[in-house]
Design a protein around this ligand. Structure first.
Ligand code: MRU
Length: 369
């Protein structure tokens, strides 16, 4: 996607600098546009944990590159594959909810074996990380094509007026290397000349909607309006939302969906107002090993500080201010689970399916045991 006329991805590898990867620092947007270089597995771990790199697909890709970077710093006295397995276990713990981390690391570990030399292992991991990142970009492009007909259909009843789409968190290209998940169909619809307007949930506590989704959509010239997190229900009651499009960090084989905290409440409001609620996700986000999202998906709990304070611009300074009394206690659950029964459909790289085991099996018979 373009930033000030130049094509960017949220993460990339430059063969001229084979000892590092480059990421857009999502902690600093939208007030500063900074590129950060990550040169070790520790750098990757911290970038994921501190949300310099965030969003399920891109953190999976970062982890894949993290293993490659680690392979160049291995102690040659010990088993390289054993050491890399330890690094993979470490990187997998950077954030617990998005299954993409585990998926990407397994993809990489499966490419290497004990009988390879250290150089061969590094070469395998480099190619693997390239393939993995490319597949994620392709999957997101295909999600856009799968989801486009939903927006086209919504547009048919609007007599030229904008299709109003509500989204939560940031499920755009920043979160996915390129295109996005929930935003991929929106970008494509806009490209095709379909008038769209996006209601952007601010997405407390870290405000990924206000800070990142608004920035992305503005850069793409897509009409968008920021709303406080509790506004969606009101808009839906007044016919101001045509459909809800969100992403996912982990989807069970039965179609339950974990996404940024607050997604579940939007799904409830959408059902009450008979508004379609779609979840867009690449297959790297599906956890085929689990069936009960509420019971089985680990929900990240982050620092209470993120709830007790808020980041913003004061003059030219990017600052954080406290918004609760001293000694206030706070709880910070990062994700919630929307049960499959509330989901109208899953938009994937292979098309749209019902949010159910049967639906997922119809699209992914090869991945579902
Ligand atoms: O905590 P974050 O910002 O990493 O959470 C991200 C989301 O919840 C996104 O909606 C999710 O990764 C969907 S796909 C881009």
């Amino acid at each position: 996607m373009k930033v000030n006329g130049k094509e960017y991805r949220s993460l990339w590898f430059d063969p001229d600098f084979p000892d590092r990867i480059f990421v857009i620092d999502q902690q600093r947007l939208p007030f500063s546009f900074l590129i950060t270089e990550l040169t070790s597995a520790d750098d990757v771990f911290l970038a994921i944990r501190n949300m310099v790199v965030r969003g399920a697909p891109v953190i999976g890709a970062a982890a894949a590159w993290g293993l490659y970077l680690a392979s160049m710093a291995m102690n040659s006295g010990k088993s390289v594959t054993g050491q890399l397995q330890q690094v993979a276990d470490y990187l997998a713990k950077a954030r617990p909810t998005a299954v993409n981390l585990k998926f990407a690391l397994t993809f990489q570990i499966n490419r290497i074996s004990r009988n390879m030399s250290a150089g061969e292992i590094t070469a395998q991991l480099k190619t693997g990380a390239r393939i993995y990142s490319g597949q994620e970009v392709e999957a997101c492009r295909s999600i856009g094509m799968s989801g486009l007909p939903i927006i086209q259909k919504a547009a048919e009843g609007k007599m030229g007026q904008s299709v109003n789409i509500l989204t939560h968190c940031n499920a755009g290209w920043l979160a996915c290397i390129d295109y996005g998940t929930a935003l991929a169909p929106v970008y494509l619809a806009a490209e095709k000349g379909i008038p769209v307007h996006v209601w952007v949930d601010e997405t407390r506590p870290r405000n990924q909607g206000a800070l990142l989704t608004m920035w992305e959509l503005q850069k793409a010239g897509i009409p968008c309006t920021l709303i406080a997190d509790n506004t969606g229900g009101h808009l839906m009651q007044h016919g101001m939302v045509d459909l809800v499009l969100v992403g996912s960090d982990r989807t069970t084989r039965t179609g339950d969906v974990a996404n940024k905290i607050g997604t579940y409440l939007k799904a409830l409001a959408a059902l009450d107002n008979r508004i379609p609620f779609y979840v867009a996700l690449p297959s790297s986000t599906i956890d085929f090993d689990i069936s009960d999202g509420i019971k089985d998906i680990p929900v990240e709990e982050r620092s209470p500080e993120e709830v007790l304070s808020i980041r913003g611009l004061s003059g030219k300074e990017d600052i954080s201010v406290r918004i609760a009394p001293e000694n206030a206690r706070a709880a910070n659950y990062g994700f919630d689970v929307t049960p499959a029964r509330l989901v109208t459909g899953l938009i994937t790289e292979r098309g749209i399916c019902e949010a159910s085991e049967k639906g997922l099996k119809s699209l992914f018979p090869d991945l579902m045991k």
